[in-house]
Design a protein around this ligand. Sequence first.
Ligand SMILES: C[S@@+](CC[C@H](N)C(=O)[O-])C[C@H]1O[C@@H](n2cnc3c(N)ncnc32)[C@H](O)[C@@H]1O
Length: 241
Amino acid sequence: MLRNVMIVLWVTATLLVAGGFAELAKARKSPGDGSDRMGFNYGGKPKVDAPPVPKDDKEKQALAALAEMAKGKWYLNITTREGRVLRQLVETTGAKRIVEIGTSSGYSTIWLAMGARAVGGKVFTHEIDPEKIKIARANFKKAGVDDLITIIKGDAHETVKQHKDKGQIDAVFLDAEKKGYVDYLAQLLPLVRPGGLILGHDMHPPMPDPRYIEAITKNPDLDTSFIMMESFGISMTVKKR
Ligand SMILES: C[S@@+](CC[C@H](N)C(=O)[O-])C[C@H]1O[C@@H](n2cnc3c(N)ncnc32)[C@H](O)[C@@H]1O
């Protein structure tokens, strides 16, 4: 009898523990934007957002290319929700000169370019990997945004120097190696216009470099909010006027 009671208790406890782990796993896989924590499974349904509705043929072409990319291989790209927010930030701030560090296959660049097109802007995107540059170039063509984007090849720690004396930068998006953010910020901040934006991807632990967090939160010339932290997380920093 006692043996049977022990078995029932043991089975119940095992089921409860397994259920708890299943719930945890589900929570980790549901940042609420249709992608899981690692950015896979873009095909999932967003819980809140409705899909973007194209205004014209150009936007339709760009959105179609983005949808195709999201279904294909993952190149450490941002999520769809993050892309939409990038585009919205660029468009609402009227950012004309946008610098991105870390192009990869160009998913985030296309979102930035959509915002840039609305305000007569351009995106300068830096990438070190020649294979990814090839893929990105083809994607920009497919999306119909290649005329809005300049790809700058090479180590961005060196190539960002090209932005000196080329006019003020309105928005920066950092999405290359995380340990590099501090140097990118140090080099680009003097070139960002007052009122300009510096956005940093992967602010969700454990990715951010504490030195970068310190640099954007302790400097009295800057004001930073952390947004979309339920997913990869973006730091949104304004260079005060
Ligand atoms: C996270 S991926 C960028 C994803 C892209 N922003 C998107 O969401 O579609 C990071 C990219 O940064 C590039 N990268 C890493 N270190 C770099 C460096 N020092 N200079 C330029 N690009 C670099 C990598 O090759 C990689 O393609």
